[in-house]
Design a binder for this molecule. Structure first.
Ligand code: NDP
Ligand SMILES: O=C1O[C@H](COP(=O)(O)O)[C@@H](O)[C@H](O)[C@H]1O
Length: 503
């Protein structure tokens, strides 16, 4: 039987997009499963002068697709309270404290508190300080703070942010969200690696030729131009999600499968990654920005035509690069990464490309090249694995042909599998920080990224472009071609052959 959790949640930024799209539905899923029942309450806070009643209406609206009955949804929403509050105004914390004390007793939350900061990072420090100075932190039960990305905009700003949080919370109390770590198939990477001797024994530079990590998005920048102009693909995706995934693939086997051992190994892997000079950063990293494109009867506008984007913007909507790891396991194995918006299609996947057999037995019998074995981990939108192997082409004669051993999770599994934020909320309640970003990881990731960012910022040439609905600019293909390699996943070729790009 599920044991219900006891906690008072305070959500800062309760009127915002993240709260409505992700947080309330995730809490509701936990409610439906009995993880949250009688002993929880939520204080939503932001500047808008909402009433409890209006707020509950917003919460109900955000869960309308998930509700089984009106009674159940209303029972859930009844746990929500709204307090209008400007986080910069000290006097408002007095009201928050009073309301919190009342709810703690009413709902018997055992003094446990979770503060979710669904707000821009510039507010994090001041909120943390006020939680302490206004005695909202009582030390009665567990007290945990959950913060959203971006965690800083450079090493220096991230360090300043971390320093201000650390004055109030210990590292064990800080949960830095990287929502990719809550995804089913990212969590499955460790299972694939460490529960299968056939993979574990070849997970090294003797057998792996290169690793490719693709985070392709179909969507453009949508209504987030204002934020994206200050970020770009490198900081928005590579610094956090991509490097997190890379460290899971590259880390050594942890002594135990628990938070401290896993984080220790991830940090070691990140620290073993080569720190590029500015010159090396330019050699190994490329960027691009989507221009207008045409695909299957539809025209897509370019990034510079998007709302809140400067008409001469140099912001990259695509970044690709090669990381190298200077340790025994990975010496000589490039880790190619790419992430972009308005690419051919949505697809997050990891390709582990194995070395070909140097001694091709079939060389004299048939002219066919052996294809490399490729293990693909599909993160989204489909979730599963495939392994491509060489076989004999059916029919007369002897020819090699690559076949794919495929496994995809079925729709029942996907339908029942918890959403990333739901898992992460539960982890916070359980005090398990395994699937969160820790300071040492974020710090090292910024060190690796800062040099690339600065090298690009110092360039005077115009940013290269790529047409919307393609797999990025030409330089992303040249990056691999100059190493004698190519991207294992090129969906645009499939569409091109079938005329999807022809007007
Ligand atoms: N939306 C998403 O999908 C994702 C968001 N994030 C991150 O989550 C955070 C929130 O994003 P999102 O919800 O999209 O942002 P929104 O702009 O939609 O929401 C911001 C929230 O902050 C509140 N707010 C702003 N200023 C103040 C203030 N001075 N005092 C009190 N409340 C204030 C706003 O409410 P009001 O105006 O009523 O005060 C609003 O509730 C950001 O850090 C973002 O980077 C990360 C990943 C995905
Ligand atoms: O963190 C972010 O992630 C989303 C992509 O997340 P996904 O779960 O939909 O794959 C990205 O669109 C956004 O720009 C970025 O801030």
């Amino acid at each position: 039987m599920t044991e219900q959790k006891q906690a008072l949640f305070t959500i800062f930024g309760a009127t915002g997009d993240l709260a409505k799209r992700k947080l309330y539905p995730s809490l509701f899923r936990l409610f439906k499963k009995g993880e949250l029942a009688d002993n929880f309450a939520v204080i939503g806070t932001a500047r808008r002068p909402w009433t409890d009643e209006y707020y509950r209406g917003v919460v109900l609206d955000s869960i309308k697709d998930l509700m089984r009955s009106k009674t159940e949804a209303e029972a859930f929403a009844a746990h929500f309270y709204y307090q209008s509050h400007d986080v910069g105004d000290s006097s408002h914390y007095v009201n928050l404290k009073e309301l919190g004390e009342k709810l703690r007793h009413t709902y018997k939350t055992a003094g446990n508190q979770v503060f979710f900061l669904a707000m821009a990072p510039q507010f994090f420090g001041t909120i943390a300080e006020h939680l302490k100075s206004e005695h909202i932190l009582t030390g009665e039960g567990f007290e945990r703070i959950v913060i959203e990305k971006p965690f800083g905009t450079s090493y220096d700003t991230a360090k300043a942010l971390n320093d201000s949080l650390s004055k109030v919370f210990t590292e064990e109390q800080i949960f830095r969200i990287d929502h990719y770590l809550g995804k089913e198939m990212i969590q499955a990477v460790s299972a694939v690696r460490f529960a299968n001797p056939i993979f574990e024994s070849v997970w090294n530079n003797e057998h792996i030729d290169n690793v490719q990590i693709t985070f392709a998005e179909f969507i453009g920048v949508e209504d987030r131009g204002g934020y994206y102009e200050t970020s770009g693909a490198l900081k928005d995706m590579i610094q956090n999600h991509v490097l997190q995934v890379l460290s899971l693939i590259a880390m050594e086997r942890p002594a135990k499968f628990d938070e401290s051992h896993i984080v220790e190994e991830k940090v070691k892997a990140l620290k073993a990654m080569r720190q590029y000079t500015a010159e090396e950063a330019l050699e190994n990293f490329v960027r691009g920005q989507y221009s207008a494109g045409y695909f299957d009867g539809e025209t897509y506008r370019g990034y510079r035509q998007e709302d809140s984007v400067a008409s001469d913007s140099q912001t990259e909507t695509f970044a690709a690069g090669k990381f190298v790891i200077d340790n025994e396991r990975w010496a000589g194995v490039p880790f190619y990464v790419r992430s972009g918006k308005r690419m051919t299609e949505k697809g997050t996947r990891i390709n582990i490309v194995f070395k070909k057999d140097p001694d091709n037995l079939f060389a004299g019998n048939c002219d066919d090249e052996q294809s490399p074995n490729i293990l693909t981990i599909y993160i989204q939108p489909t979730e599963g694995f495939s392994l491509s192997v060489n076989g004999k082409a059916a029919g007369q004669g002897f020819h090699l042909e690559p076949f794919r051993l495929n496994f995809r999770h079925d729709s029942e599994f996907l339908g029942n599998s918890p959403e990333a934020y739901e898992k992460l909320f539960l982890d916070v309640l359980n005090g398990d920080g395994t699937n969160f970003s820790h300071w040492e990881e974020a710090a090292r990731a910024w060190e690796l990224i800062d040099v690339i960012r600065q090298a690009w910022d110092n360039q005077t040439s115009e940013i290269p472009t790529y047409p919307a609905r393609t797999m990025g600019p030409a330089n992303a293909f040249e990056l691999l071609a100059k190493d004698g390699r190519e991207w294992a996943w090129q969906p645009d070729l499939w569409y091109r052959e079938r005329g999807y790009y022809e007007k």
